[in-house]
Design a protein around this ligand. Structure first.
Ligand code: TXA
Ligand code: MG
Length: 416
């Protein structure tokens, strides 16, 4: 699959008309096909561009993307990382080229956290706004030192309860790594539980990795999703199949006396509260944005998404959904529904499983699939905002163009 002889060069330019900062990727020649013998032009952004309200843009698509399996099938049923894939991924990373890896939550676009040039390339590839910091992933607690992180007592408790796993902690850092932190004095860290991710981090050190989607699209939970978004933009996608959680990690700021939920995710607020025996605070509506990523429109499919409250016991909402379906069809729009009970007159019907974890696992896949099928409008029944349901509703609300109810279906983090 890989195109032999391709070479990436990342460079940054400023748009004369808008003054915005962009990154671009240009192809060149590579000396061999086995490893990335690519001389990246030095990308040495200073603090200035991190503060700029900038967008990024990758101009070319020079890679013939290779997809390699993450795990070795084994008779015992235990999954071991595939040696060849590990070798290949480490080789690209050592040469400052980001690769896509599976984690237990979503696929990540990974680069060594201490390698400024490699991390800058993540922003170009994903077209990620430069003021949105990344999560640094470690394989062992000792690696936190490399990131200038010391665990507070509360953080230690949470780490004991949830690491390795889908909980990201925002902590102070004594290191200057603006390419990871976007110039903040804190850093987001987590220890993933996926066998491939852990082994790779053991080999190459802490990895900075955002979700491996193009900025603004739903996070990828299958290798095919990554291919849709990043084919030609990365040399390697490590295929870990359908991922365990299908939703991103919970992001928790643990710098103050009480933990603050910055992004609901695969670890529930209830579980965190039970573990640290204190209430988790939600950021104030209209208050300071404490997690830069939350101010961007996220998880959006191409189709218009309309979100309804859980329909059981809400006859008015159920009638509204059915009449919206009819009206949209009458306008000639292609309509899908993701609901617990069948509704008439929609072109595609996805029935919600009763187990919220199953909903979480499939949600981003459904949204991408319905886009592929050319749906114009997706009517979605919400789930109760408890446990992982809070994260599901957070993602749905961000994706929704309209919330179809006089009463807000759930409480969620509100940021301006
Ligand atoms: O499950 C996950 O968390 C996946 C996998 C790959 O680990 N990663 C992920 O990364 O979802 P990303 O970049 O898509 O989302 C990270 C979120 C963003 O909203 C970002 O703004 C926030 O974490 N974040 C990162 N560093 C932060 C910091 N120092 N303070 C506050 N928020 C931070
Ligand atoms: Mg993301």
């Amino acid at each position: 699959m890989r195109r032999e002889g391709s070479r990436n060069r990342f460079s940054s330019t400023r748009d004369g008309a808008t003054g915005q900062q962009y990154f671009s990727v240009n192809s060149g020649n590579c000396s061999h096909g086995q490893g990335p013998a690519c001389g990246l032009s030095a990308l040495t952004p200073g603090r200035g561009w991190l503060k700029a309200p900038a967008l990024t843009r990758a101009a070319d698509h020079p890679w013939a993307t290779e997809v390699l399996a993450a795990l070795e099938p084994s008779a015992a049923g235990t999954a071991a990382p595939r040696e060849r894939t590990l070798g290949c991924a480490s080789e690209w990373l050592r040469r400052s080229i980001p690769v896509v890896i599976p984690t237990e939550t979503v696929y990540g676009l990974a680069a060594p956290a201490l390698d400024r040039q490699a991390v800058a390339a993540i922003f170009a590839i994903k077209q990620r706004p430069l003021d949105n910091p990344l999560i640094a992933h470690v394989a062992r607690l000792e690696q936190l030192e490399l990131l200038g992180v010391r665990l507070s007592r509360m953080a230690e408790q949470l780490v004991q309860a949830f690491w390795p796993g889908p909980l990201t902690l925002v902590l102070p850092t004594s290191k200057e790594m603006p390419w990871v932190t976007a110039g903040l004095d804190s850093i987001a860290v987590r220890q993933p539980r996926h066998a491939f991710a852990c082994s790779l981090i053991e080999r190459v050190g802490p990895l900075a990795a955002p979700s491996a989607n193009r900025s603004g699209l739903p996070s990828p939970t299958r290798a095919s999703h990554v291919l849709q978004d990043l084919n030609g933009r990365v040399p390697l996608i490590v295929d870990g199949g359908e991922l365990e959680h299908g939703l991103e990690s919970t992001v928790l700021d643990v710098r103050g006396p009480a933990p603050v939920l910055l992004r609901p995710g695969a670890v529930s607020t209830e579980a965190i509260e039970a573990s640290c025996r204190c209430a988790v605070r939600l950021p104030q509506a209209g208050g300071t944005v404490r997690s830069p990523g939350m101010k961007y429109r996220h998880y959006s499919p191409r189709a218009q998404l309309r979100l309804y409250p859980p329909l059981a016991g809400d006859a008015r909402a159920a009638r509204q959904l059915a009449s919206d379906a009819r009206e949209l069809r009458a306008q000639g729009r292609r309509v899908a529904a993701i609901v617990r009970e069948p509704v008439a007159g929609v072109e595609r019907l996805i029935l919600l499983p009763s187990e919220p974890r199953q909903v979480a696992r499939q949600l981003f896949h459904w949204l991408r699939e319905l886009d592929d099928q050319g749906m114009d409008c997706v009517l979605v029944e919400g789930v109760p905002a408890q446990g992982v349901g809070r994260a599901i509703m957070d993602r749905l609300q961000r994706a929704a163009s309209h919330v179809q109810s006089a009463e807000a279906p759930v409480a969620s983090i509100e940021v301006p």
